[in-house]
Design a protein around this ligand. Structure first.
Ligand code: PHE
Length: 360
C-alpha cells in the first residue's frame, strides 16, 4: 500500500499544525473517526486476499498507532501551553507592600505589653498567665487577705453568680494580677522569675480609672533577693521602657497584705496643655505597688519561706502607656474610636525588640 506514506505525511503535519484542541479533534475525526480515512481503509481489509491482508493490516495498524500517539502528544503540549498562558496572565507580585490605609493598628496597650515583655525577658523573666475569672482563694486568701480583711472592700470587686443554694464563696473577676504569683509558684516552684501581664477588673471610673484595666505582675524568688534588687530592677526597666536617661522614681512606704515591707512607686512627669512628658515637671504619677513577698504568701503557694525570699510588683500598664505615648485620657483607650486608634496605634509590621531600639 503506497498510500500509507502519503497519509502519514498528511496527518502528522495536520497534527503539528493544529492550533488548539478543537482543531486537533477535527484531525482525529478525519483520520481515525468512524468515517475517517484510515478507518475506511481498515474496512477494505476484509475483501483482500489473505497474504495481502496480512501486510496491509500490519502497516495500517502501525499507522493508526503512530497517529494516535502524535495526537496525544500534541494534546498535552497544547494543554501545557494554555496553562503557561494562564499563569502569565494571573501573575501576582506577593512582595508588593500592603495598602497602609486599609490595615488596622496595634493598640498602645498591646504594644506596651510587647515592649515590657522584651525588656523583662532580657532580665531573665519569663511570662506566666492566669484566668481572669479567679477563685477568691487565689485572688485573696492565698495573698494573705482573709475573708474579713478590709483590703477586700478596697478592691471594689466584681463577683460572679453562684447557683441558688450554692453557698461557696463566689468567683471574682480578678482585681489584680497578683493571683498569678500563687499559680506560678505552685506550678514552677522556687527559684522563679516571672512577669504576668493581663486584664484586671475593679468597679471604678474616672479620667484615670476604668472598670477593666491592665497590670503586669513581676515576681522574683531566690535565696537572697532583697529590696535593693527590686529598686534596681524597676529603675532599669523604666530607663529601658521610657527610652530616656532621666527617669525619676519615688519610692513611698506603703502597705499591702501580701508584701512586707511594701512600697508604692511614683514617676515624675509634667502635663503642659494636655501633653504628658516624663522625667520633668512637678507632677507624680503612681505606676506600681511592690514589696518583699510576705512569708505567708510563699507558704500558701507551697514554698518554704525559711529558704526562699523575693520581691513582687504590680504595675499599671495603661498608666505607663499614657506616660510614654503622651495620651492624656485613659477612658479613650477602651472606646474603640477609629480616629483615636489610627492616631495612637502602631504598625503591625513594627515589632519591638531591644536590639533594634524599642521604638525606632
Ligand atoms: N496587687 C497590687 C495592686 O493591684 C500591686 C502589688 C503587686 C503590690 C505586688 C505589691 C506586690 O494594687
Amino acid at each position: 500500500m503506497d498510500g500509507i506514506d502519503t497519509l502519514r505525511g498528511k496527518y502528522l503535519s495536520a497534527i503539528a499544525g493544529a492550533a488548539d484542541e478543537a482543531a486537533l479533534e477535527e484531525v482525529r475525526v478525519a483520520a481515525l473517526g468512524k468515517k475517517g480515512e484510515i478507518s475506511a481503509l481498515m474496512a477494505t481489509l476484509g475483501r483482500m486476499e489473505p497474504e495481502a491482508r496480512k501486510a496491509a493490516g500490519a502497516s495500517l495498524n502501525a499507522l493508526k498507532d503512530e497517529i494516535d500517539a502524535a495526537l496525544r502528544a500534541r494534546k498535552t503540549a497544547l494543554a501545557d501551553a494554555a496553562l503557561d498562558e494562564r499563569l502569565k496572565a494571573e501573575w501576582l507580585d506577593v512582595t508588593l507592600p500592603g495598602r497602609p490605609r486599609r490595615t488596622g493598628t496595634i493598640h498602645p496597650v498591646s504594644r506596651v505589653m510587647e515592649e515590657l515583655t522584651a525588656i523583662f525577658a532580657d532580665m531573665g523573666f519569663s511570662v506566666a498567665e492566669g484566668p481572669q475569672v479567679e477563685s477568691d482563694w487565689y485572688n485573696f486568701d492565698a495573698l494573705n487577705i482573709p475573708p474579713e480583711h478590709p483590703a477586700r472592700q478596697e478592691h471594689d470587686t466584681f463577683f460572679m453568680h453562684r447557683a441558688p443554694g450554692d453557698n461557696r464563696a463566689p468567683h471574682v473577676l480578678r482585681t489584680h494580677t497578683s493571683p498569678v504569683q500563687i499559680r506560678a509558684l505552685m506550678e514552677r516552684g522556687a527559684p522563679l522569675r516571672v512577669i504576668a501581664p493581663g486584664r484586671v477588673y475593679r468597679m471604678d471610673m474616672d479620667q484615670t480609672h476604668t472598670p477593666m484595666f491592665h497590670q503586669v505582675e513581676g515576681l522574683a524568688i531566690d535565696r537572697d533577693i532583697s529590696m535593693a534588687n527590686l529598686k534596681w530592677c524597676l529603675e532599669e526597666f523604666c530607663r529601658a521602657f521610657f527610652e530616656v536617661d532621666k527617669v525619676e522614681l519615688r519610692f513611698r512606704a506603703s502597705h499591702f497584705p501580701f508584701t512586707e515591707p511594701s512600697a508604692e512607686v511614683d514617676i515624675r512627669y509634667s502635663n503642659v496643655g494636655g501633653q504628658l512628658r516624663i522625667g520633668e515637671g512637678d507632677k507624680w504619677m503612681e505606676i506600681l505597688g511592690s514589696g518583699m513577698v510576705h512569708p505567708k504568701v510563699l507558704q500558701a503557694a507551697g514554698v518554704d519561706p525559711t529558704q526562699w525570699q523575693g520581691f513582687a510588683f504590680g504595675m499599671g500598664i495603661d498608666r505607663i502607656a499614657m506616660l510614654k505615648y503622651g495620651i492624656p485620657d485613659l477612658r479613650a483607650f477602651f472606646e474603640s474610636d477609629l480616629r483615636w486608634l489610627r492616631h495612637y496605634g502602631f504598625s503591625p509590621l513594627d515589632v519591638p525588640d531591644l536590639a533594634g531600639g524599642l521604638s525606632t
